[in-house]
Ligand binder design. Structure first.
Ligand code: NAI
Length: 304
């Protein structure tokens, strides 16, 4: 990808060792794609067991590759030896880049930033994988905001090619260049975006989901909305995409947007629809088998 312009005056960076904080769904995926590209990974979580669980996810993914004939047992062994799970932040000492993927809570992230910065060198780049919190705000908890940048992966990390690199108000060129070099090294497609609500991709996705909700509220059958989306060239229709992402997450974001920006910031029909589905009918999306559509046991796992 030549689209994302790299700052010219920064020499090529070479990320050999990555620290990943938070071995949950996203952090484990980031650990896997990094180790798969040959990097050493220190995977930190609150307990050694949680960190091990993240490594087990990498084991599962690489085993899937072996079963498909895309990797050998020796590749799995080598990949897994590159991932060091731990609850000890001191293990991050030699990392070239640290990426946090802990809970989406500014206080937890601030705590983690302080703990990481106490052990890494002043030049090491620190990235957040936040999906909603502005990078400029998070960087206030950092003693070195020039080294602070957003690296936003999409789920599932091992499959999604796009990665947003978010430039906070004080993010320096070296942080942007390092993030770009890293994302290209793991063979994904980076775009550099400004620090706005929803960054870039989620702004587009939100508009798509919202139009799906509006059509549904206008009485257009869900199946017709799905077909129209697909026929327009999208890999999946807006309602099934929303089921995949989780309806309760959509409601949570709508409520947070309203609290921050006022009631006019959220479409009232959309909010009522999500409240009805989530709070009254317990439809959370694919994760509990009920969303706009039903997903009975044995339904195909992914829609695209
Ligand atoms: P998760 O709940 O699966 O994982 C979070 C992990 O962080 C847990 O393993 C937890 O034990 C660990 N953790 C919490 N506090 C910690 C601390 N102080 N030190 C070390 N580890 C700690 O969450 P998920 O879904 O992986 O999300 C993580 C981040 O990635 C969030 O900021 C989220 O907004 C972002 N994100 C999530 C996406 C998704 O689809 N789930 C997509 C893109 C970004």
């Amino acid at each position: 990808n030549k689209g994302a312009r790299r700052p010219k005056d920064v020499a090529p960076t070479n990320v050999r060792k990555v620290g990943v904080i938070g071995a949950g769904f996203m952090g484990a995926g980031v650990a896997y794609v990094s180790a798969n590209a040959g990097m050493e990974v220190v995977l930190v979580d609150q307990s050694a067991e949680a960190a091990e669980k993240g490594k087990a996810y990498a084991h599962k993914l690489v085993t899937g590759q072996i079963n498909k004939g895309r990797a050998k047992t020796a590749d799995r062994d080598a990949l897994l030896t590159r991932i060091t799970p731990t609850d000890d932040y001191a293990a991050l000492k030699d990392c070239d880049l640290v990426i946090e993927a802990v809970f989406e809570d500014p206080r937890v992230k601030a705590e983690v930033i302080a703990k990481v910065e106490a052990v890494i060198g002043p030049e090491v780049i620190f990235a957040s994988n936040t999906s909603t919190l502005p990078i400029t705000g998070l960087a206030k908890a950092s003693g070195r905001p020039e080294q602070f940048v957003g690296i936003h992966f999409f789920s599932p990390v091992e499959k999604m090619m796009l990665v947003e690199i978010i430039k906070g108000e004080k993010t320096g060129d070296r942080a942007i260049a390092t993030a770009l070099d890293y994302v290209r090294a793991i063979r994904k497609t980076p775009i550099v975006v400004n620090d706005s609500r929803g960054f870039f991709a989620n702004r587009c996705v939100t508009a798509y989901l919202l139009e799906g909700h509006k059509m549904f509220l206008e009485g257009i059958p869900a199946a017709m909305i799905e077909n129209a989306g697909r026929q327009a060239g999208m890999p999946v229709g807006p309602l099934s995409l929303n089921d995949e992402v989780a309806l309760d997450l959509g409601l949570k974001i709508a409520k947070a947007t309203e609290a921050e920006l006022g009631p006019d910031a959220v479409d009232p029909g959309q909010k009522t629809l999500l409240v009805t589905l989530v709070e009254e009918q317990g439809r959370l999306g694919r994760k509990n088998g009920k969303g706009f559509y039903d997903y009975p046991e044995g339904a195909p796992k992914r829609l695209w």
